[in-house]
Design a protein around this ligand. Structure first.
Ligand code: HEC
Ligand code: HEC
Length: 470
């Protein structure tokens, strides 16, 4: 074979390497012994199948806490007050609807409850006035009996009003088929506390689904490091690096695993960050309200805490963590369908598995032995990848640059519509189909995307069927 011929084989050889890595067919149980069934209806709200009976009451108490709306302080119902003073939504499950991803409206309109706008500056620091997230609601909006929202003068206003506007463009396959893609533009106005810093960048983020978090937390760091290739030493165009973020309780840095930019190291810290940033609930890990020193009206508002200023106690935080840690991954669908099997081979061949890594074995755990030692199929490497300018938000976040995203898990992705009607894929919910999500891939994923677009329409359908079967 000529030298040119050998070179041309390069990508194919790389592809078959991934094919080997994925030779073991994914089983019906992507979450190992934690996997739950699909009857009576697919759900992302069930506890891990092997969660010990004595822990189930706490899981369900956590679920109730995640569902119940927080209210403005002060009230007689002490345990549930402390909302805001600025916030995005009143309850975890208002955003993570039925445990699934947040829906995104079809047309232009106000930022939905289910999404947030993160803020950062080129050096990764938060905006000096508004912090790391825009809270688009506040306790100043009192819900009247007639449903109208009436501002109450003494209370601090929301930080801003945000409109999401969609711009569309067409993509045409080599075989002539056309797909319309959309991307959001944010219009931020009615700023309640003065201007944003001139170089502050805004990043729209939808609420991701919550199943399998406890399993992802137990993927051994060494297994992730083995997949990382920060300098692309093997020259396949895919690098991938582990983010390093502050672990607030343990001190020092830890690998980021959670959030679209892997900005949180543990489920517990992620939940605490959600409490303070999304709902304005001061908690044992993040004891300050989501107001900066430049927001005196926000700082001065009454809070719902006791003498320690905390609006949720350590035991109630622990219940929320028990809930978020143990949400089960449902069984696969159609795993034996010949088209799905064909799609599985294509997924490996075109190089999707270079980032959407199929399989891990979870490490040991003193607190969650039922989640330990499980063979899981999440289809993520939990690493940061540069996915190119099409998806870049220009907003660095903890360890991640303005072009990097953490590979999201693909397990149960096909159940989105069944659990809450949401079809909003990617970090800002722009993709309404798996196909659109793939077409947005660029940067390190450009090669995989191009190999996908070069497939026949039938092969593309099979690959997508496989993704939806996970
Ligand atoms: C205002 C909507 C909203 C509320 C309320 C909210 N979240 Fe989230 N949640 C999000 C968004 C958006 C993200 C992604 C954040 C990012 O990556 O920047 C997220 C991320 C997460 C993640 C990480 C998921 C992953 O795949 O890494 C977990 C776990 C989580 N939230 C749990 C909770 C819990 C528990 C609560 C209640 C205490 C809660 N959230 C409240 C919107 C919300
Ligand atoms: C270089 C790494 C990389 C490769 C290769 C790659 N992906 Fe991704 N994928 C990502 C990252 C990172 C995201 C998140 C991007 C974002 O949200 O902006 C993502 C997002 C997705 C999503 C949306 C998930 C969600 O929860 O919204 C799907 C579906 C997906 N990829 C499928 C594929 C398929 C199919 C292939 C092969 C054609 C592929 N990916 C190749 C890294 C990769």
């Amino acid at each position: 074979m000529s030298v040119a011929g050998v070179r041309a084989l390069g990508p194919l050889l790389a592809a078959s390497m991934w094919a080997c890595a994925a030779v073991d067919p994914p089983p019906q149980a992507p979450g190992g012994a934690t996997t739950v069934g699909l009857r009576p209806a697919p759900s992302l709200m069930r506890p891990a199948a092997n969660l010990p009976a004595e822990r189930r009451p706490d899981f369900h108490a956590g679920q109730a806490l995640a569902r119940q709306p927080w209210v403005k302080a002060p009230t007689a119902t002490d345990a549930r007050d402390g909302l805001g003073p600025v916030y995005n939504a009143r309850a975890c499950l208002q955003c993570h609807v039925n445990g699934g991803r947040g829906p995104m409206p079809a047309g232009d309109g106000p930022l939905p409850f289910t999404a947030v706008v993160r803020l950062s500056r080129p050096d990764g620091q938060p905006d000096a006035t508004y912090g790391a997230q825009l809270q688009t609601r506040s306790v100043a909006l009192r819900h009247q009996l007639d449903g109208a929202l009436t501002p109450v003068d003494a209370d601090p206003p929301p930080e801003a009003r945000v409109e999401v506007q969609w711009a569309t463009r067409d993509f045409t396959y080599p075989d002539g088929r056309r797909v319309t893609l959309r991307a959001p533009r944010l219009a931020v106005d009615a700023l309640g506390y003065g201007p944003l810093q001139a170089d502050t960048r805004a990043s729209l983020r939808t609420a991701p689904p919550l199943h399998g978090m406890g399993l992802l937390a137990l993927v051994p760091q060494a297994a992730l490091e083995a997949l990382a290739d920060p300098d692309d030493g093997d020259g396949d165009g895919v690098s991938g690096r582990l983010s390093a973020v502050p672990d607030v309780e343990a001190g020092g840095q830890a690998p980021g695993r959670f959030g679209w930019k892997a900005s949180q190291p543990t489920v517990r810290q992620q939940v605490a960050a959600a409490l303070v940033e999304d709902m304005g609930i001061a908690n044992p890990i993040f004891p300050r309200q989501p107001c900066t020193d430049r927001q005196p009206r926000c700082r001065a508002a009454p809070h719902g805490g006791g003498e320690d200023g905390l609006e949720i106690s350590a035991p109630l935080l622990a219940l929320l963590v028990e809930f978020a840690n143990n949400l089960a991954v449902p069984a696969r669908r159609k795993a034996k369908d010949a088209r799905v099997r064909a799609g599985q081979a294509l997924f490996a061949e075109v190089g999707c598995a270079a980032c959407h890594h199929p399989r891990f074995v979870t490490g040991p755990s003193a607190t969650d032995p039922h989640l330990a030692g499980q063979v899981i199929w999440p289809y993520t490497d939990l690493l940061l990848h540069d996915l190119g300018p099409g998806l870049a938000d220009g907003a660095p976040d903890h360890g991640a640059t303005g072009a990097e995203w953490r590979t999201p898990p693909l397990w149960a992705l096909g159940l989105g519509r069944a659990v809450n009607g949401s079809r909003a894929l990617l970090h800002d919910g722009r993709a309404r189909t798996v196909e659109a999500a793939i077409l947005w891939h660029g940067g390190e994923a450009q090669g995989a995307r191009d190999r996908f677009t070069a497939l026949s329409e039938t092969s593309r359908k099979h690959l997508i069927m496989f993704v939806k079967s996970l």
